[in-house]
Unconditional design. Structure first.
Length: 563
């Protein structure tokens, strides 16, 4: 099997290399992370000076394949200065509204289990920017020293490009370039590349058909609607822009008929084989949910029997997925179909590696249940059950609601929610309120990419949630907005507000304004749940606390664990 190749790519069926156990993404200790990040001081300062659309929001139409879209010429010119590193290895390019990060993680781990040297590029990050790049047979965030050295070597070319482009190069473009450069320097066998926004005009879409092994489109939803043209159809057009001439595309779904047709039309024009993870020959089922060391898993069966232009075959039983929910099972199916496609193209990928890769995949902040020890670190009783999930769209809210229903937590439910101001707030609230009904809803303000420019006010969120509850016929109690200025002890202030509520059985909506997320909110939620749990009887179930609304909210919880 070749890892360096001429253009166009010529792949041969390779010999099985030694299977290497892949590690999942995981947080690092505060001391280790602090030491590592200290090596990136100059690099982080440099990057912070670049335009960052994650922090400020994406301009209208920027992701469309039009005159309003991002200029991919900037990326191509920068990469040319650095020797076009993105042309030195085969890539799998993944786009989609939801599921692309999980699919990328599943596929990366499958390939690592087979013994391949894999580079994976994804976004956003939760604890450190190094999470966006993993490389090697074991995965994990790129070492700070390696990233710092790479930046030092590339800085002159980046400076020249910034000057020649009149300062227009963005944070995402520069970091994407560094990831491609690192994968080249590390001689990866595969690069798994997750698109940032849309596809057609995303900075990652410099990958040509001569380097592309396969493209993957997981889902099409309404996120970044204005930036991607204003309709689901325009979003589908943008995402289908990653499909390249003569190279297969794997579609996840399920998609509506008109959206799938847009993708298939693009594939027809590029003479690309379409493999659907929703093909009638693909079957998957969750048989049961179990618990192992205090964390749940879902036991799944996945069978693939496709006999079209590219025949694929696999049957696996009792796969223990650590990522929960029907949506994650579908992501696992999409990754499996992609691995089988690569196998059909000549890469050696065994069924055993597919199973092992799926089972070992974990992702911070995606249906993540904290351990009892982690609950204790946050100042809560060890019996507390805490779920953190970066859901922030209507579809992901439904998926989260399904996860909560699946694990069937005993006792009351509290939601702690903070969101960006450009999300589907009404639909998000409607989905979570139509599932397992929460007893407590604490609305707070999330810091988005380290700033507040895109943060939704807690008072506005509270008004939205109480309005949606009223529309659904839910009799809720509006406690109002509690601010940190009104009381130095947020926990006592919230407890007092809840105790004074005349309608205790109804869900309580509490806005926590001017109070950035802290472990005090978790403690307040715990105390409120205790009061709701069988009138505070000793031994009653502690209930479930779920923190959601944004990956930045999840990041805040993880940062609390590291302090």
């Amino acid at each position: 099997m070749v890892s360096r190749f001429p253009s166009p790519i010529r792949w041969s069926r390779g010999l099985l290399r030694g299977t290497v156990s892949s590690s999942s993404r995981r947080g690092v200790s505060a001391m280790a992370r602090g030491g590592e990040e200290g090596k990136l001081g100059e690099f982080l300062e440099y990057m912070d000076r670049l335009r960052n659309y994650e922090r400020s929001g994406v301009p209208r139409g920027a992701g469309t394949d039009s005159d309003d879209g991002f200029d991919l010429g900037r990326m191509r010119r920068l990469l040319r200065r650095l020797g076009d590193p993105h042309t030195h290895y085969p890539a799998v390019h993944i786009a989609g509204t939801k599921g692309k990060g999980s699919t990328a993680a599943f596929l990366s781990n499958i390939l690592r289990e087979q013994g391949y040297n894999v580079g994976c590029y994804s976004s956003p990050h939760l604890l450190t920017i190094r999470e966006r790049i993993s490389v090697g047979e074991h995965g994990g965030p790129v070492p700070a020293a390696l990233l710092s050295d790479l930046f030092d070597q590339a800085k002159e070319a980046i400076d020249q490009s910034i000057e020649s482009e009149s300062g227009a190069l963005t944070h995402f473009e520069v970091f994407t370039t560094l990831s491609f450069l690192l994968f080249s320097r590390e001689n990866v066998d595969f690069a798994i590349v997750e698109a940032g926004l849309g596809g057609a005009r995303d900075a990652t879409n410099v990958i040509r058909n001569t380097e592309l092994a396969a493209s993957v489109i997981t889902t099409v939803g309404k996120e970044h609607l204005a930036a991607l043209g204003g309709s689901l159809q325009s979003i589908a057009v943008a995402k289908s822009g990653i499909i390249k001439e003569g190279q297969p595309v794997i579609i996840g779904g399920p998609f509506s008929t008109d959206i799938e047709q847009i993708i298939r039309d693009r594939a027809f024009l590029t003479q690309s084989t379409v493999i659907s993870a929703c093909d009638p020959g693909v079957r998957s089922i969750t048989r049961c949910v179990g618990w192992d060391y205090g964390k749940p898993y879902q036991s799944c069966d996945i069978a693939v029997q496709i006999s079209n232009d590219m025949p694929l075959s696999m049957e696996l039983h009792d796969i223990k997925l650590q990522l929960l929910g029907d949506h994650q099972r579908q992501n696992a199916v999409t990754a499996s179909c992609t691995a089988l496609c690569l196998r059909e193209l000549g890469w050696n990928i065994s069924d055993a590696s597919i199973r092992a890769g799926l089972e070992k995949t974990q992702l911070l902040g995606r249906s993540q249940f904290l351990t009892h020890d982690e609950a204790s670190v946050l100042g809560l009783d060890r019996s507390s059950t805490i779920l953190i999930d970066g859901a922030h769209t209507e579809a992901s809210a439904k998926a989260l609601s399904d996860v909560i229903r699946t694990v069937e937590p005993e006792g009351p439910l509290a939601l702690i929610i903070g969101m960006a101001n450009d999300k589907e707030h009404l639909a998000f609230a409607a989905q979570l309120l139509s599932g397992r009904r929460p007893d407590i809803v604490l609305l707070t303000e999330a810091r988005i990419a380290g700033g507040t420019a895109r943060s939704m006010l807690a008072s506005s969120l509270k008004d939205i949630w109480t309005g949606v509850a009223h529309d659904q016929g839910i009799d809720c109690t509006d406690i109002g907005v509690v601010t940190s200025d009104e009381s130095p002890d947020l926990i006592d202030r919230l407890a007092a507000a809840a105790t004074s509520s005349p309608n205790k059985p109804a869900p309580m909506m509490i806005g926590c304004g001017n109070a950035p997320f802290s472990r005090d909110l978790l403690k307040a939620a715990s105390r409120l749940l205790q009061a709701r749990s069988d009138n505070g009887d000793v031994g009653a179930p502690a209930g479930l606390i779920c923190v959601t609304g944004s990956l930045h909210m999840v990041s805040s919880v993880l940062q609390q664990l590291e302090q």
